[in-house]
Each structure stands twice: as structure tokens, then as C-alpha cells.
Design a protein around this ligand. Structure first.
Ligand code: ADP
Length: 422
């Protein structure tokens, strides 16, 4: 199928998804525990947007004409790699589905998607909807199952040409290993993080507090980009801490189908216990609980949004990805110190800054080793903006035209120029 035909089918697919927005949002709430209004506005809206973006990209993939050093004419073709294995996690099931499937289809690949075992419903529903849009049989395949069986079958398969994965650093390592031991398929890994969110003395306090809350408690902290290490400069620290604690008093945890609720339950029992384990560890290590620190309610996997103060950089809660509603609040003095501590992690996914000083913002943006630096905003994901980490947060980009690269092979074609000695 030509790029423009693929684009047309993908645009139709976006329309079909939009028509089923309410059902898709309900499935996401039910399966992943996110508040229905957020699922409808953020998750479904983003799905349709990503799909439309890549529908528009499908007929804009082309090679280049080369200026050769000898009497040769050369050009490149960018060809689909073939079968793409897409292994995705449970925190944004539908968005993850489309952030991998859309560029793969635009590039001309076929896909085998493995949704997370905790949240398979939206992927199945979306594959079903693709038929209504005219996506040919066999192009979008969904295989449900557990990681070590269904996931590993994809990453070690000799006929899968590329794997794009989002999930934990530990599993990312297994996927690379499986590729190395099978057919050396290229892999793209979007992994964990322990991202710094840095508030300078000159920050707009209200804005900084709002961003820190969103960066830690949106999607109940189940976000790889969570800005879970909050560094606050000493001049604004006390006011920031006070305002943060006051603001959290109106935060509502509960049934995601209740419109007043800000935060639903953790995705499953294992995550719930894991997060509570980290909270206990934080207390045992000597950090102070500013808010939360306990399970919430008598039924379901609800956890109070938890803010720790008196956190030291070497505490487990400040080093490991918790993937739950747990914020570590820390004080710093100078820009140099902020840079050093922000980079003092094995991860390099995202970072946030709040400052009105353009020089500080520019210096920080260049000094932090991360895939994205958000200045005076946080969680500002956009399908037009490359997304993906460095260090142990992985490599390869989702979103933007860069996302196409992982599904394309570059082929060079060379011929002698007429009359040359070749
Ligand atoms: P989390 O720790 O956030 O649950 P995981 O990295 O375990 O995330 O899971 C992300 C995705 O990777 C899921 O679809 C899961 O089934 C899959 N997965 C887990 N283990 C493996 C594995 N050994 N090989 C391939 N995929 C796996």
C-alpha cells in the first residue's frame, strides 16, 4: 500500500476511535483505574491525536539524493523493516498502543502488539476497531499474555524484525538480551526514570506547587516521567512545603468513576504492595512523612498521596523508581548543586525546572542528561516532540518524525554516472 493510502486508512481509524471515545475511556478506567474524566480528555484525546499525526506522516517518508565523492550517483530508500513487535505496559495502555502502532503503520510495517497482562482490554478493542477503518487483516495483531511467555516469544522470535518496548529497565535488559541471542533485531527501549523537578527561588510558587503535584500524583504516580525527586532552593523551600501540604488537603482519592476524584487505585495488588513497601522503607530510612504515608480506605488498592521530607539522595526512595504516588522533597542551595544532584541517578528520562531566569533555565537545560527538559511546565508530552530517554532510561524515540526511524531501514542505491569508468 502506498504511503498516502496508508495515511488515508489511518485517518479513518482515528475517526472510528473518536466515535468510540466514551467506550474506550470507560475501558481504560475499568482496566487501569484512572479517573474517567482524565481517561476521556487525556488518554483518548492523545490516542486520536497521535494517530492523526502519523497518518499525516505516512506519505512524507523519503530518502535523499547523495552528493558522492566519485563518479557515482547515489540515493537512499527508507524501507519498512517488516514485522514490528510492540511490547507495552499498563499505565497508559491505549496511548502506548498508538504511540507504537501509529509510526509503525506509517512506516509500512505490520505489528504484533503485546499489551500488559494487567490491562489488555483497550488493545483488543482498538484492534477490533481497526477493521472498521479498513486496516487489512494481519496488519495489526494483538497477542495477550504474560511477559516471560508471550513477551519473550516476541523478543526472541526469528521472524520479528524490530522490537519497540516501553516498560521497566529490568525487562528492557531482557529484551535486548533476547534480541542478541536470536536474530539481532534492532530494539528501542523506553524505560524507567527517577526524574528531577527543580524549583528555584525566583519561581512562581503557585505554578511550582501545581506542577510538582501533577508531576507526582497524576495517574497515581504510575508514570515513567514522574518528577519524583523534587529539589527546592532554600530561599523558597519553607513556603513551597507549606503550600504543597495545604494544597494536598483537597486531593481526593477514590472510585475513578466518581467525577470528584483526583486519584484512583493502583493498577493491581502487586503494585499496591510494592509502593507501600517503598513507603515503609522511606519511614525506616528516616525520612519524614509530610502528607499521606498509608493505604487509603478499607477496600481496593488505594494509597494516600505521600510526600516525604528530610530525604537524602542515597535513600532507596530517592534512588529507585517507585511508580506510585510518592514524592521526595529535598532542599538545595546553588545551581551547581542542582545540576550535580539532578544528574546523580542511573536514569535519564525527563527533568523539570521552574524559574523566571532565562540564563539559569538555559544552563540547566544543557547540563541535565535527560531525554526532555520541561521549563516552567511538566508532563508536557506532545506527539510532535521526540520522547525517549538516555542512560538506563533507554534509547530510541517515541512521538515526532523521529519515531519513524526505528521502523525504517535505510538502503543505499548506487550506480555509475553515465560515461564514468565504472
Ligand atoms: P512493569 O514493571 O511496569 O510492570 P514490565 O517491564 O514488567 O513493567 O512490563 C512491561 C511489558 O513488558 C508488559 O507487557 C510485560 O508483560 C512485558 N514483559 C515482562 N517481562 C517480559 C519479558 N521477559 N520479555 C518480554 N516482555 C516482557
Amino acid at each position: 500500500m502506498s504511503g498516502s493510502e496508508r495515511g488515508k486508512v489511518m485517518a479513518k481509524y482515528a475517526e472510528v476511535v473518536e466515535r468510540h471515545a466514551d467506550e474506550l475511556a470507560a475501558l481504560e478506567s475499568l482496566d487501569a483505574g484512572k479517573p474517567l474524566a482524565a481517561a476521556r480528555a487525556v488518554d483518548v484525546g492523545e490516542c486520536v491525536g497521535i494517530l492523526r499525526y502519523f497518518a499525516g506522516a505516512a506519505d512524507k517518508i523519503h530518502g535523499e539524493t547523495l552528493k558522492m565523492s566519485r563518479q557515482l550517483q547515489g540515493y537512499t530508500l527508507r524501507e519498512p523493516l517488516g514485522v514490528a513487535g510492540l511490547i507495552v505496559p499498563w499505565n497508559f495502555p491505549a496511548i502506548m498502543f498508538f504511540s507504537k502502532v501509529s509510526p509503525a503503520l506509517a512506516a509500512g510495517c505490520t505489528v504484533v502488539v503485546k499489551p500488559a497482562e494487567q490491562t489488555p482490554l483497550s488493545a483488543l478493542f482498538l484492534a477490533h476497531l481497526s477493521k472498521q477503518a479498513g486496516v487489512p487483516d494481519g496488519v495489526i495483531n494483538v497477542v495477550t499474555g504474560f511477559g516471560p511467555t508471550a513477551g519473550a516469544a516476541i523478543s526472541s522470535h526469528m521472524d520479528v524484525d524490530v522490537v519497540a518496548f516501553t516498560g521497566s529497565t529490568e525487562v528492557g535488559r531482557l529484551i535486548m538480551e533476547a534480541s542478541a541471542k536470536s536474530n539481532l533485531k534492532p530494539v528501542a527501549l523506553e524505560l524507567g526514570g527517577k526524574s528531577p523537578f527543580i524549583v528555584f527561588d525566583d519561581a512562581d510558587l503557585d505554578k511550582a506547587v501545581e506542577l510538582a503535584i501533577g508531576g507526582n500524583f497524576f495517574n497515581k504516580g504510575e508514570a515513567c516521567v514522574a518528577g519524583s525527586r523534587v529539589f527546592v532552593q532554600e530561599g523558597i523551600y519553607d513556603r513551597f512545603e507549606q503550600k504543597l501540604a495545604d494544597t494536598m488537603k483537597s486531593w481526593v482519592v477514590g472510585d475513578p468513576f466518581d467525577p470528584r476524584v483526583n486519584q484512583g487505585p493502583q493498577v493491581d495488588k502487586a503494585q499496591y504492595e510494592r509502593v507501600l513497601g517503598y513507603i515503609e522503607q522511606g519511614k525506616a530510612e528516616g525520612a519524614t512523612v509530610l502528607t499521606g504515608g498509608n493505604p487509603c480506605g478499607k477496600k481496593g488498592y488505594y494509597i494516600e498521596p505521600t510526600i516525604f521530607t528530610n530525604v537524602k539522595d542515597d535513600m532507596v526512595i530517592a534512588r529507585e523508581e517507585i511508580f506510585g504516588p510518592v514524592m521526595c522533597l529535598m532542599k538545595f542551595k546553588t545551581v551547581e548543586e542542582a545540576i550535580e544532584r539532578a544528574n546523580g541517578t542511573r536514569y535519564g528520562l525527563a527533568a523539570g525546572l521552574v524559574t523566571r531566569d532565562i540564563d539559569v533555565a538555559n544552563r540547566m537545560a544543557r547540563s541535565i542528561r535527560a531525554g526532555v527538559v520541561w521549563v516552567n511546565c511538566y508532563f508536557a508530552m506532545d506527539r510532535s516532540c521526540p520522547f525517549g530517554g538516555r542512560k538506563m532510561s533507554g534509547f530510541g524515540k517515541d512521538d515526532s518524525m523521529h519515531a519513524l526511524d526505528k521502523f525504517l531501514a535505510v538502503k543505499s542505491v548506487v550506480t555509475p554516472v553515465h560515461g564514468s569508468p565504472w
